[in-house]
Design a protein. Structure first.
Length: 175
């Protein structure tokens, strides 16, 4: 990625503190459940769990279903579960569960979206959500969708969730 932005430690800390290992994670989380409905396991399908959290529970769950998933995290949440070279590879699909909502500034949100876009293959897809809680950055759903559309140059499709807390699928348009 050519962007030289480095999130300030306090912003990384804000995002890291939202990590959880209980509750709606793995098979109980909305994004992985929708992912399994939309995509079938295939050896050649490369998936990145962006913002996987310290325990990478979504990654573990999807691997148990035979998906080829790489876990990525940053800051204090990095563990042996995460591939330190994850952002140097290309993926067919990136999932970002409870990631957009924990970015504390618009600059950090755009940085994350650009990182995700940069690792997607042409025509690759991002499956993400924008939960109502917690929202560290008080952007409305329409603003987040506009950011997604701007970075990925594609349409944002609602595939689950609620209007105020959607799960969205975005296809990277390289034209």
């Amino acid at each position: 990625m050519k962007n030289n932005y480095v999130p300030p430690p306090q912003h990384v800390s804000i995002a890291n503190k939202t990590n959880r290992s209980t509750g709606a994670i793995g098979p109980r989380a909305l994004v992985p459940r929708i992912f399994v409905k939309l995509f079938k396991p295939a050896d050649d399908l490369q998936v990145l769990d962006y913002g996987a959290g310290a325990d990478a529970m979504h990654t573990i769950y999807l691997r148990s279903l035979r998906y080829n998933v790489t876990a990525h995290e940053f800051g204090a949440n990095i563990t042996e579960m995460h591939d330190p070279n994850a952002l140097g590879k290309q993926y067919d699909i990136v999932i970002a569960s409870n990631v957009l909502n924990v970015q504390s500034t618009e600059v950090m949100l755009m940085w994350s979206l650009k990182q995700i876009c940069s690792v997607l293959k042409p025509g690759g897809q991002l499956l993400c959500n924008y939960p109502k809680e917690p929202r560290k950055l008080k952007l409305g759903v329409s603003c987040v969708k506009a950011c997604l559309s701007s970075v990925f140059k594609g349409d944002v499709q609602d595939v689950g969730g609620r209007t105020y807390a959607p799960v969205m699928l975005v296809t990277k348009n390289d034209l």
